[in-house]
Design a protein around this ligand. Sequence first.
Ligand code: SF4
Ligand code: SF4
Length: 381
Amino acid sequence: MNPPSISAQIQKKASELGFDLVGFTSVSRSKTIEIYKAWLKKGYAGSMDYLQRHSKLKEDPRNLLPQTISLVSLGFNYNTLDPPIKTNNPEIGRISRYGWGNDYHSIIRKKLNVLEDYVINKLKVGKISRSFVDSGPILEKEVAYRAGLGWIGKNSNLINNEKGSWFFLAEILLDFELEFNLPFNKVDCGTCTSCIDACPTDAIIGNRSIDARLCISYLTIELKGAIPKILRPKMGNHIFGCDICQEVCPWNKEAPKSKENGLYPYPENLAPELVELMTMDSPTFNKIFKKSPIKRSKRRGFLRNVAVALGNWGNPAAIPALSKGLKDEDSLVRIHSAWALGKILDKKSKIKLEEAKRVETNKEVLEEIIEALNDIKNVVI
Ligand code: SF4
Ligand code: SF4
């Protein structure tokens, strides 16, 4: 019997390490870079300036490693649990399932290091490699499609016809030739529009892409400043990311569960009470989310999101927590707390806003307080 090929050995090792999807493709200049650049030009990336900076590098993986001949494309399943029913309750925060457990970057980075070491030092077929998980300057969905992992759905996610779309993508660049897969061509979205119909902010646009400026994932994680007022009511109780366009996708109905323990939820991240989150100080935030991807939003961004969700709940029970937010040292938290209090038609919220108006010195916060007071001007104290 012939020994397994190098490609087969890499595939086996990657599977042992927990990668659920593995494919190989040859290096080439990106075939979708012009679409990507047009997307950037239209401003759909919002404030993610690093995407603009990376766009030159993304033209060709050889800009990252000139010796590249082959790319290994990898998918890592993060489908742990279904969200608890409790998260339908507007006083409970919704966190995207990838944010429930430990930060995937460190989990996958360790596995990539092992896989690269195996290829270079054990198989000894190449001399140099480079790997990326999620945030590298590489058009990873195109690479995954070309390596046969799946197709890019209308919701802009890579979908595998057997395992769905709950995947982090990663890549290894190698300086030797492998047995390449064919680009995926088995099925496509067809006439389905479930994700487009379900998106609360109409963020899904043509060409299998998203207007990030409207997307709740961007608004709650990447955006560093104030959330546009027009979008706040559409965010419901989403406080970190949004999974709606994947949850409604028929290809995820039978999606297998992740085998990675580190991604399974910390109980406190699964269905947190918004009121409790709103009163978190910096040491508590840093302690609770030390190992979590949630730390990316920082306390100020996270409490901004929580305040918006409390405003959308609109219940007087949120007034004490939002009043605390109205006195927060960070103006971003004060801005969104003021907005949220303006959504609670109760005399106590009006009293708190009036008090804050007398002492607030920040112009933007003051404007928000005045607008919030206007929203509840008919409430009688
Ligand atoms: Fe729309 Fe949410 Fe999908 Fe963003 S993540 S496109 S907001 S459904
Ligand atoms: Fe494609 Fe439908 Fe899934 Fe959207 S929900 S990505 S249209 S299959």
